[in-house]
Design a protein around this ligand. Structure first.
Ligand SMILES: Cc1cc2nc3c(=O)[nH]c(=O)nc-3n(C[C@H](O)[C@H](O)[C@H](O)COP(=O)(O)OP(=O)(O)OC[C@H]3O[C@@H](n4cnc5c(N)ncnc54)[C@H](O)[C@@H]3O)c2cc1C
Ligand code: SF4
Length: 496
């Protein structure tokens, strides 16, 4: 890559001027170079932090995201301001959109339809997955038709995943991921060390290990530490970009302008350019997630080959999406809740993450202040998303006696082998279910009652990672679960 002194760009003309170098912008430039001749300028606010720098400093960027926007709401928004944007910090979970995600309005009467559908996007998914060497489960083709195979074989499932897959072959799959299952020329295989935000092994796809040839292409110029301020019009179109470097503004002209900052900074740039109004900046959202732990009896977890091994679509698509959000259930291979303390049982659990989609609501939006800085107003996720969490929690209560495949339930089917009621109070301190249900009027909140009441031999406990909002759900089997919704990184992917 040839970084340039941004001051020398003043007054220059480029065929294409791109703002940002994260997922959106970098993959766009990669494809553009195949199709369109001409010089490309990438204007990037952050610096270039190579992998070694990130691991040594324990951060993805020297410029933390919370210094790049203002907000009065308690919720924080996470992203990386640096060359490669979110490719640096992401965890490498790489499922595609469900075909129904593109047709939410016409199929379920909520949200919006996309202007394109799954089939049109499919070949491009394949190309992006090839660039990232995605590891995936060929069985997923049943839900996600594909014209090319996954570039890498699936990761090894955990024992509970294998049981789920046998019980629900149509809904349970190995998680598609950019954490290498087998070594590539640039990356070693993932060794399940569980710090994927900065993978010490460099096994996860990032711009640093996968896109440097794009940034280094002889047609591409990269201006680092250059913050896009605003576009200037030329008649009915855009004619120039003004960016700031070392406190001074510079202006470049171009034929094609590409805006690939992120969901907060892109609308801020448009509003600084007097191109706001309408829906610009409105509908900021991300999916909601709740951590749940399933306690097992006589079966060990944590024997998979990466951090998240299973992905369950049993609660995802269907008529319920008219009423509440689809839920994806991640089966984790990391000890989010710690290992169990009882002798001989330390691996007998499965952490789950229940993630639901959100709808775009105008009340959650981005504006700019008098100085032109981005201001985030986030009131709350939609009721649709909250209901999705409640239902997801209720229905994901593993009902070991439910026949596999019936309804939306997750049949963690090893009825004789999973959890006993004795786990409810197992002395693990604040993480214990009993401690998590202080207001629970249900007798189930009391340790040891599950089996007496003839309930499934399995219990859930939930963590409260951000302790922000509480959702309570009562399962059809009477099991009450209390947990907090927490912001999840897997943002803005369920609805356009
Ligand atoms: C910790 C974490 C884990 C995640 N894990 C996953 C995952 O496993 N799977 C998944 O699908 N998604 C994951 N995501 C979400 C994913 O990273 C984002 O959805 C994705 O990065 C969005 O792409 P983008 O191109 O819109 O923005 P970004 O990737 O954020 O790129 C925006 C770029 O624009 C630059 N920029 C911003 N403002 C300006 C400006 N004014 N001038 C110039 N440049 C500017 C930024 O520096 C950055 O390079 C994760 C996110 C986080 C924070
Ligand atoms: S699990 Fe470990 S080796 Fe695998 S991608 Fe994450 S940090 Fe890297």
């Amino acid at each position: 890559m040839r970084p340039i002194d941004p001051a020398t760009l003043a007054g220059q003309h480029f065929d294409t001027v791109v703002v940002g170098s994260g997922f959106g912008a970098a993959f766009f430039v990669h494809k553009l170079l195949e199709r369109r001749p001409g010089r490309v300028l990438i204007v990037e606010w952050g610096r270039h932090h190579p992998h070694d720098w990130q691991v040594a400093h324990g951060m993805n960027s020297a410029l933390s995201a919370d210094r790049t926007y203002r907000s009065d709401s308690a919720k924080s928004w996470h992203y990386t301001v640096a060359l490669g944007g979110g490719t640096n910090c992401w965890f490498g979970q790489a499922p595609r959109f469900h075909p129904s995600d593109f047709k939410l309005r016409s199929r379920y009467g909520v949200g919006n339809d996309w202007p394109i559908d799954y089939d049109e996007l499919e070949p491009y998914y394949g190309e992006a997955e090839a660039i990232m060497a995605i590891s995936g489960d060929p069985d997923m083709t049943a839900i996600f038709p594909r014209s090319t195979p996954y570039p890498q074989p699936p990761h090894h499932l955990t024992t509970p995943d294998r049981i789920m897959k046998k019980a629900q072959p149509e809904a349970h799959f190995a998680m598609p991921t950019a954490r290498a299952r087998v070594a590539t020329e640039q990356r070693p295989a993932c060794c399940a060390s569980f710090t994927c935000q900065r993978c010490p092994a460099d096994a996860k796809f990032t711009a640093n290990n996968g896109l440097m040839p794009t940034f280094g292409d002889e047609r591409v110029t990269v201006a680092l530490q250059s913050k896009a301020l605003r576009y200037e019009g030329a008649g009915n179109s855009i004619g120039a970009l003004v960016f700031e470097h070392a406190g001074k503004p510079y202006r470049v002209t171009g034929d094609l302008f590409v805006l690939g900052a992120n969901a907060i900074q892109s609308p801020a740039i448009l509003q600084r350019s007097s191109m706001g109004g309408g829906l610009t900046g409105k509908g900021l959202h991300e999916s909601l997630g709740t951590h749940v732990e399933v306690l097992l009896d006589g079966m060990n977890g944590f024997d998979g080959s990466t951090i998240t091994t299973g992905l369950n679509f049993g609660l995802y698509d269907g008529g319920h999406r008219s009423e509440y959000g689809a839920a994806l259930v991640y089966f984790e291979n990391r000890w989010t809740h710690g290992l169990r303390a009882e002798k001989g049982r330390w691996r007998q659990s499965v952490p789950l993450m229940i993630v639901t989609e959100d709808l775009l609501e105008d009340r959650n939006h981005v504006t700019v202040d008098g100085k032109g800085e981005a201001v985030v107003t986030f009131v709350a996720p939609s009721d649709y998303a909250e209901r999705g969490q409640v239902e997801g929690l209720r229905q994901a209560a593993p009902t070991a006696r439910t026949a596999p495949g019936r309804g939306h339930r997750l049949p963690l089917a090893a009825a004789d082998r999973v959890a006993s009621s004795g786990h409810v109070a197992d002395g693990r301190g604040p993480g214990d279910v009993g401690d998590r249900l202080p207001d629970d009027p249900s007798p189930l909140a009391q340790p040891g009652r599950g089996r007496q009441l003839g309930l499934p031999d399995m219990f859930l406990r939930q963590s409260q990672p951000h302790g922000r909002r509480t959702v309570a759900a009562r399962g059809g089997n009477g099991l009450k679960m209390v947990g907090s919704c927490t912001e999840h990184w897997d943002v803005a992917r369920r609805n356009p």
